[in-house]
Design a binder for this molecule. Structure first.
Ligand code: AMP
Ligand code: ZN
Length: 482
């Protein structure tokens, strides 16, 4: 197997990945808090995680990925109480919308989705273990983790602990960077809000404990990879390490991966700041899922990505370029190579395949992987235009596209179908892809029997539904929606 190198936040280094169980990679990814629609910044991180798992699969690993839905936290409990519905009723809508968004963006489902509220017992059990080992104390009905008892605290985020006051507590889950404090594992009930009656007392879990409990339950006490956006490194992941390692005495995670943020006009896209787009916002403006998927995947995950409408347009034309190339390659007929003829495209395709994998193996350098593919597209298009492409070049070029497709999943042109299927964006009024293909084939047949009146009629019919067809020099046809 090819060596895959990943940047590990824990060590601060890019290291060769060695799985704990040969041939298998166990990944825990922090999922969305389902109190609202996810925004495209969240999807930057989720797409990075999708590229990660797809590349491992393409390299022959068995992937076991667990992703959680945070369906209980202070905001959810307060919103559900205000709406007079149960937590499950409140979050179900956003959980379903999230699954729909993942599907429309072509995210491969993880092996397991897990919900925090289905794992209250596991969290209680883990808190019980921490109590037994004296890592906790109670105060006003809440239970806190005593970070002064865990000397490794700070090793992930490198937070400076010199100013820490023993016993200084924090009750909110999401706090700012400057200062580490004892955090709540279990929170006392608030009047009028939902709580669970458990053997550690009535209340509700703090945010961090869910991920420790669920990750260890499904992936073992030590997992290969844990990831999320950079904002999660502190306090969320730091606290996860403390809770898990204090309970088990074993390393919790071998490789911590953090995606840099997506920015909108140079500000972090976030719901609380009110500067965000959801997928639906963009689809309503007429953008395609594939454009967004390309844009989010194209910038390597450890670089910030500044989102602009221009960037999204450019992504759309990159996808178009790839799709046209794939179609040209699939449909055209090329002559066999002549004896002794220079085989530049074939050689380039072999080099592209190698560079594609090498790029991704280098801490998921998607920019390098894409550059390798686009170089091939450019050179092979030139060769086709000049009539210099040969039969023997086709298979190696297609092999590069296949590699690309396994990880990036963008060549298959089903944007309209996906949007329609999920009831997102405007349903296409026109014919489906399959109907168009059938008409195009009928038109080709008409041309073959030299029935040009019929061929023109079909072209006209397609044009009226907004489908443009273009006859290629090599006798093939390409079509696209206007
Ligand atoms: P949340 O729903 O806030 O728990 O976030 C879900 C995931 O999205 C986490 O991994 C966050 O780190 C990530 N995330 C939040 N905002 C952004 C952003 N602007 N860019 C990239 N990732 C983000
Ligand atoms: Zn988490």
């Amino acid at each position: 197997m090819r060596e895959i190198r990943l940047h590990n936040t824990l060590t601060g280094k890019t290291e060769p990945f060695v799985p704990l169980h040969p041939g298998e990679v166990r990944i825990y990814t922090c999922g969305p808090t389902v109190y609202d629609y996810a925004h495209i910044g969240n999807f930057r991180t989720f797409i990075f995680q999708d590229v990660l798992r797809r590349f491992f699969e393409a390299q022959g690993y068995r992937v076991n990925q667990v992703m959680n839905l945070t369906d209980v936290d202070d905001r959810i409990i307060a919103k559900a109480a205000a709406a007079g519905v149960t937590i499950r009723e409140y979050t179900e809508k956003y959980a379903q919308e999230f699954f729909a968004d993942c599907k429309v963006l072509g995210l491969e489902p993880p092996e397991r989705w897990v919900r925090a509220t289905d794992h209250i017992d596991d969290m209680v059990e883990l808190i019980g273990r921490l109590q037994k080992r004296s890592f906790t104390y109670s105060s006003d009905g809440s239970i806190y983790f005593r970070i002064a008892k865990f000397p490794g605290y700070g090793k992930l985020s490198k937070i400076d602990l010199t100013g820490i006051q023993a016993g200084a507590r924090v009750d909110v889950d999401r706090y700012e960077k400057e200062n580490a404090r004892d955090f709540a594992l279990w929170k006392a009930p608030k009047p009028g809000e939902h709580f669970w009656e458990t053997r550690i007392g009535p209340g509700r879990p703090g945010w961090h404990i869910e991920c420790s409990a669920m990750a260890m339950k499904y992936l073992g006490e030590t997992l290969d990879i844990h990831s999320g956006g950079v904002d999660l490194a502190f306090p969320h992941h730091e606290n996860e390490i403390a809770q898990s390692e204090a309970a088990t005495g074993k390393p919790f995670v071998r490789y911590w991966l953090h995606a840099e943020h997506l920015l909108l006009e140079s500000e972090k896209m976030s719901k609380s700041a009110g500067n965000f787009y959801t997928l639906r916002d963009l689809f309503a403006m007429g953008h395609k899922p594939s454009s967004l998927r390309f844009l989010l995947a194209s910038v390597p995950y450890r670089r910030q990505l500044n989102f602009t409408m221009d960037g999204l347009q450019q992504a759309a034309s990159s996808v178009e370029r790839l799709r046209n190339f794939a179609q040209r390659l699939a449909e055209a007929k090329f002559p066999p190579a002549k004896r002794g003829e220079e085989r530049a495209v074939q050689k380039l395709a072999e080099r592209s395949a190698e560079e594609f994998d090498a790029g991704l193996a280098d801490d998921l350098n998607t920019a390098q992987a894409l550059a390798a593919v686009f170089e091939l597209v450019r050179e092979a298009n030139i060769a086709m235009d000049r009539g210099e492409l040969r039969q023997e070049d086709v298979a190696p070029a297609k092999a590069v596209l296949d590699k690309f497709e396994r990880v990036f999943a963008l060549i298959k042109d089903d944007d309209a179908t996906r949007l329609a299927e999920l009831g997102l964006g405007a349903a296409p009024d026109g014919p489906s892809d399959a109907e168009i293909e059938a008409l195009v084939a009928q038109r080709q047949a008409a041309r073959k029997r030299r029935d040009f009146t019929e061929a023109d009629r079909i072209r006209q019919q397609l044009a009226e539904s907004g489908i443009l067809i273009e006859d290629t020099r090599d006798g093939g046809v390409r079509w696209r929606r206007k």
